[in-house]
Ligand binder design. Structure first.
Ligand code: LCS
Length: 394
């Protein structure tokens, strides 16, 4: 298919998309194989030696997995994509590809709990990389944290679960002259709503488990960046550490991706209505959603994102006890971690997704004990509102 089409959804479906050559199958088959047969020993040697293109072994590359990696690169407008067995595998392989002992990383202070734990307990405590957790919404604080040995600025925007934003374009302009690479976790937005590489980032990572899958049936990760960097991550770190994605998971993600834009539009519309409903509800203390005009970074959200996303957090009056009662009382919303599913999911960051972060540090970044996170699904919104209203009024 030619590349004349400009619309995001059309490109998502058609750009560089061909029916499968051997059979004409419209949908790419699942190449559920661990290994690939060579015609002769010379061919095997040439492939391992890098003088002939072609598959060898599915840890080194697989056609279904590569098709997904190519699609995410198209959508993020980057040179090359790589798929991993989980979002954490994407983050850890990319970071290992970018830093070495003695380097310094600046990371957003509000991060998904396991990303925080990887930086703190593995990179910093075991591998001699220094990590500063900084409020990356504050340019001055980032500037003050820069050191000669800083190699990576790692941003999660919006941050899980506080929804705090970092200004990718402004931060890129700030740190680029210092030779610092910017990695952005784009999980909450998907490439439909935010494209960090276009704003100056070097690498974008995803937990594909979330909006890219959309159906709550697969764990996976993706990363996109320059051909040089991603080739080195695929051919060295992924090859030798091995956090690969399986072909069936890639197939599920390719399938989920096809409906990304229609799902995201519904997620965003529903989340906006839920955010307004919660803001106006007498039992609710505060709502964190970038689409509300009183959200502190509302203007940045409008500039940097093409929509406000499907996830929000809120705090009920009466603290943890009342919050627990709400989570016990919902009937439509499912009490589960993860996000980006077609079903509405509700969870408690302080005791679940972010429990690994010490309480003092959690409180400092606004992950209070009473905070509840809601991943708004694509159900009929009046039913979600009715469920929340019933639970809040108990
Ligand atoms: N990045 C973000 C922003 C995430 O929210 C998650 C998982 C990951 C990376 C890791 O991805 P995974 O390895 O799970 O594919 N977030 C989760 C959450 O909020 N609830 O359960 C998992």
């Amino acid at each position: 298919m030619s590349e004349e089409w400009k619309g995001f959804t059309t490109r998502l479906l058609h750009e560089r998309y061909q029916p499968e050559a051997a059979t004409g199958a419209l949908t790419l088959p699942i190449f559920q194989t661990s290994t690939f047969v060579f015609e002769n020993p010379e061919q095997g040697a040439a492939r391992f030696g890098g003088t002939e293109e072609g598959y060898m072994y599915s840890r080194l590359g697989n056609p279904t997995v590569d098709a997904l990696a190519e699609r995410i690169a198209i959508l993020e407008n980057g040179e090359m994509g790589v798929a991993f067995g989980s979002g954490m595998a994407a983050i850890s392989h990319v970071m290992m590809g970018l830093v070495k002992k003695g380097d310094h990383i600046i990371a957003s202070d509000a991060l998904y709990g396991c990303t925080f734990a990887f930086f703190q307990s593995i990179l910093a405590e075991r591998f001699g990389v220094c990590v500063s957790f900084v409020d990356t919404s504050d340019m001055q604080k980032v500037m003050d944290s820069l050191r000669p040995e800083t190699t990576v600025l790692y941003l999660e925007t919006p941050a899980n679960p506080t929804m705090k934003l970092s200004d990718i374009r402004a931060l890129a302009q700030l740190v680029k002259p210092h030779n610092v690479k910017i990695v952005v976790d784009n999980t909450f937005m998907s490439p439909y709503l935010q494209r960090p590489l276009e704003l100056g980032a070097d690498v974008v990572v995803h937990s594909a488990t979330k909006y890219i899958s959309g159906h709550g049936d697969v764990v996976g990760g993706l990363a996109v960046g320059s051909k040089e960097l991603m080739t080195s991550i695929k051919k060295s770190f992924l090859k030798d550490i091995g956090g690969v994605m399986g072909p069936f998971d890639a197939f599920l993600l390719l399938r989920g991706l096809k409906t990304l834009t229609v799902r995201m539009d519904k997620h965003c519309a529903n989340a906006m209505k839920v955010a307004e409903f919660l803001r106006d509800h007498p039992a609710v203390e505060r709502v964190l959603y970038p689409g509300l005009p009183d959200f502190p970074q509302y203007e940045l959200a409008k500039q940097q994102m093409n929509g406000f996303g499907g996830t929000l957090s809120f705090e009920v009056k009466g603290g943890v006890e009342k919050g627990r009662r709400v989570m016990n009382s919902v009937r439509l919303c499912q009490l589960a971690v993860s996000l980006g599913d077609v079903h509405t999911l509700i969870q408690h960051p302080a005791s679940m997704t972010h429990a690994v972060i010490p309480r003092e540090e959690r409180l400092q970044v606004g992950i209070t004990d009473g905070l509840i996170r809601l991943s708004v699904g694509i159900e009929d919104v009046d039913d979600i509102l009715q469920d929340l209203d019933g639970a809040l009024s108990k």
